[in-house]
Design a protein around this ligand. Structure first.
Ligand code: M6R
Length: 606
C-alpha cells in the first residue's frame, strides 16, 4: 500500500527513482511523484499511473544525486496532483514521502494553521513537512526525532531538506522500511524489489528506528536516539521472479508458476523419509501436544486458506479450530490461553490487521505461528514461529501462488502436528503422498486445460452476476474463486454453501446466470451435485469443476475435469480453474488485471 524509494549517491537519482517506483507501482497506483535535491528541492508529481510521471520527468532535464519518490494508494484526500507525494512545507525546504496514516492529522493541521502554516493538499502526510519546518533543530535527523512524538498512527517516512542537501533521513513506525547498501550509494525503500537491481544487501529497520543516509554511509538509531546495532541481510531473489518474462500479466505468470511454487514449498519441509522439519518453528513436542485450540487469522485470500486449515485441524486432527478475519479478531476480545495456538497467514507479512491480530495474540500469551511468504517482513520478524511459503515474489494484486502454497504449508503443518500428537498418522501418510504428487498434477492440469478454461471464460464478457457454490472444502474454494472474480473482473460474484442456496439465494438464479459448481469432495459428491442441478433447473449456465466429471454430465453445461487426489488436498487443484476463469474473464472485459481499481497489493493500513 503506497511505495517509497529514496536514493543518496553519485548517480543521478531521477532514473533510479522512476525505475524503483515502476517496480512498486503494484503497491498503489493512483498517483506518483518524486523530489530531487539540486540547488533546492525540485518536486515533480502527478495523478495517475507511473507513465504519466515518467513523461513529466522526461519532458526536461532533472538533476540531483539525492531523491525520494512515492507511488500512492489514496487514504486521505482523493487521487489528485496536489494530494500526490512528496509533500512540502510552505517554504519548499522540506520534502516528505509517507506510507501509513497519521491519525491525529486534523489536530496537527489546526495547530499548524494557527501558527500561520498554509496547506496545499487534503492529506494527513502534509502535516509532517510543516512540523519539520516549524520545529527545526538545526539538524535534519534531530528534527525528525523531535517531531515523531507528535505523530499518532503508522508511518514510514523518508525526508529530505535543502537545509541539509546531501542526506536523507527516515523513520519506521508500524509501516515497513528498509535500507539498501550499495557501493558508496544507499537506498531507502518500503519494498526491497524497488532496489534489488542495485543491491541485495539490506537492513530492515525495526519499529521506532531512524536512519540517516549520506554518500558516506548509513547510521541507524533506536527510538531513544542511541546508535542501533544492525544486521544487514543478503536477499537472494532471482530478478527474473519480479519480471513478467514474456507473460502479458503477472497474474498469468504467477498462476503458471504454481507447480514450482508448490514443489519448492513442499520439498522445503518434507524429507524423503516422510519427516517434516520446520526450521523456524521453535515449539517443542510438549507444547504441540498440549495445544487445545487453534485460531487461524488472516485477511482476504489468506483467510480463505485458513478455511482449509480449519477443516484439517478440526475434522482430521480433532483440535477445535476457529478461522477469523484479522480485522475482526483484533477487536473482538478473543479468549486466548497459553495452550492456544494462533496461526496468522499473510503473503506479504505486512498486512496491518494481521500484524495487529498477531501482536494482540502475543500480548494475550497465546502461542503464535506465522505462515508468510516474505522473509524479513514484519510478521516474519515478530512471530516466534514461522513457516515460509516458498512461492517467490508475488506481484499481481490478485493472490494466486501464495494461496496455493499456504494450502500446502497448512497441510504439512497438520501432518506435523498429527505426527507429534501421534494422532491418526496413517490417514496423514496418504496426505503426504498426495502432497508429493500435487505439483506434478497441477502442472499436468495447466498444460492440458488452460486453453479450454480460456474458451469457457470468453463468455465472461457478458457476465453480470456469478455464483460459486460447493460444500465443505469446495465452499472454501468457492469463496476464494468468487473473491478473485470480483477483484479483477468487477463481476459481482457470491459464494454459497451449496446446501444453503434454497434458503434464499436460489431466487437470484435465472436464465443464463453463470454458476461455478465445485464438486470435488468424494464424501459430499451426491449432495453437491443435486444442489448444482437445482441451479441448472432454474436456467443457470453451470460450469462444473470436479474430479468426478462423469458424475456431472447432467448437472453442468461445461465440465472442467480435475486429477484425483484425497479430498483435503483437492482445493490445491480446484482453485486453479477458478483463477484462470477470473483471469480470462478480466482480460476479455478489458480490465487492468494486475492493478485492479481501488486496490493495492499490500494493505499496510487498517
Ligand atoms: O499479504 P496478505 O496475504 O496478508 O494479504 C491479504 C489480503 O489483502 C490479500 O489476500 C487480498 O485479499 C488479495 N488481493 C486477494 O487476491
Amino acid at each position: 500500500m503506497c511505495g517509497i524509494v529514496g536514493y543518496v549517491g553519485e548517480r543521478q537519482a531521477a532514473p533510479l527513482m522512476l525505475d524503483g517506483l515502476k517496480k512498486l507501482e503494484y503497491r498503489g497506483y493512483d498517483s506518483a511523484g518524486l523530489a530531487l535535491q539540486h540547488q533546492g528541492i525540485n518536486v515533480i508529481k502527478a495523478q495517475g499511473r507511473m507513465d504519466i510521471l515518467e513523461k513529466l520527468v522526461h519532458s526536461r532535464e532533472h538533476v540531483g544525486n539525492v531523491g525520494i519518490g512515492h507511488t500512492r494508494w489514496a487514504t486521505h484526500g482523493k487521487p489528485s496532483d496536489e494530494n500526490s507525494h512528496p509533500h512540502c512545507d510552505c517554504s519548499g525546504q522540506f520534502a516528505v514521502v509517507h506510507n501509513g496514516i497519521i491519525e491525529n492529522y486534523l489536530e496537527l493541521i489546526d495547530e499548524l494553521k494557527s501558527s500561520g502554516q498554509q496547506f496545499a493538499s487534503e492529506t494527513d502526510t502534509e502535516a509532517v513537512p510543516h512540523l519539520l519546518s516549524t520545529m527545526w533543530q538545526g539538524d535534519l535527523l534531530s528534527t525528525l526525532m523531535a517531531i515523531t512524538p507528535k505523530l499518532e498512527g503508522s508511518y514510514a517516512l523518508a525526508v529530505m531538506s535543502e537545509k541539509s542537501p546531501d542526506e536523507l533521513v527516515a523513520v519506521r513506525h508500524d509501516s515497513p522500511l528498509a535500507i539498501g547498501i550499495g557501493d558508496d550509494e544507499y537506498f531507502v525503500t518500503s519494498d526491497i524489489r524497488a532496489i534489488l537491481e542495485h543491491t541485495r544487501d539490506v537492513i530492515y529497520l525495526e519499529d521506532g528506528q531512524f536512519a540517516r543516509l549520506t554518500p558516506r554511509g548509513v547510521q541507524v538509531f533506536n527510538s531513544d536516539g542511541q546508535p542501533a546495532e544492525v544486521f544487514p541481510v543478503h536477499i537472494d531473489w532471482d530478478s527474473e521472479a519480479i519480471e513478467k518474462s514474456g507473460y502479458p500479466h503477472f497474474m498469468l505468470k504467477e498462476i503458471m508458476e504454481q507447480p514450482d511454487a508448490l514443489r519448492n514449498t513442499i520439498a522445503g519441509y518434507l524429507a524423503e523419509d516422510d519427516e517434516i522439519r520446520f526450521p523456524d518453528v521453535k515449539l517443542d513436542a510438549g507444547e504441540i501436544k498440549d495445544i487445545s485450540k487453534i485460531f487461524l487469522v488472516a485477511c482476504g485470500t489468506a483467510y480463505h486458506a485458513g478455511l482449509l486449515g480449519k477443516h484439517l485441524f478440526e475434522t482430521m486432527l480433532g483440535i477445535p479450530t476457529e478461522t477469523d478475519l484479522a480485522s475482526e479478531f483484533r477487536y473482538r476480545n478473543p479468549v486466548l490461553q497459553p495452550d492456544h495456538l494462533v496461526i496468522v497467514i499473510s503473503q506479504s507479512g505486512e498486512t496491518a490487521d494481521t500484524l495487529a491480530a498477531m501482536r494482540e495474540s502475543l500480548r494475550r500469551q497465546a502461542k503464535v505461528l506465522a505462515i508468510t511468504n516474505v522473509v524479513g517482513s514484519t510478521i516474519a520478524r515478530e512471530a516466534p514461529n514461522v513457516i515460509y511459503t516458498k512461492a517467490g515474489p508475488e506481484t499481481a494484486v490478485a493472490s494466486t501462488k501464495a494461496y496455493i502454497t499456504q494450502l500446502a504449508a497448512l497441510s504439512l503443518l497438520a501432518c506435523y502436528v498429527s505426527r507429534v500428537q501421534d494422532n491418526k498418522w496413517d490417514k496423514f501418510k496418504t496426505l503426504l503422498q498426495g502432497l508429493r504428487e500435487v505439483p506434478h498434477l497441477a502442472e499436468q492440469f495447466l498444460d492440458k486445460h488452460k486453453d479450454s478454461v480460456e474458451k469457457i471464460a470468453k463468455d465472461g464478457q457478458h457476465w453480470r452476476d456469478a455464483f460459486f457454490i460447493g460444500r465443505g472444502l469446495d465452499w472454501a474454494v468457492a469463496q476464494e474463486g468468487s473473491l478473485k472474480l470480483k477483484e479483477i473482473s468487477y463481476v459481482h460474484a457470491e459464494a454459497y454453501a451449496a446446501g444453503e442456496l434454497k434458503h434464499g439465494t436460489l431466487a437470484l438464479v435465472e436464465e443464463g446466470v453463470p454458476v461455478i459448481g465445485l464438486a470435488t469432495q468424494q464424501s459430499l459428491i451426491d449432495k453437491t451435485i443435486s444442489n448444482i442441478k437445482e441451479t441448472k433447473a432454474r436456467g443457470a449456465y453451470v460450469i462444473g469443476i470436479s474430479q468426478f466429471p462423469e458424475r456431472m454430465t447432467d448437472a453442468a453445461d461445461v465440465i472442467i475435469p480435475l486429477p484425483k487426489l484425497p479430498d483435503p488436498l483437492m482445493p490445491i487443484l480446484s482453485v486453479i480453474p477458478t483463477q484462470l476463469l477470473s483471469y480470462h474473464a478480466a482480460v476479455i472485459r478489458g480490465c487492468d488485471v494486475d492493478k485492479p481499481r481501488n486496490l493495492a497489493k499490500s494493505v499496510t493500513v487498517e
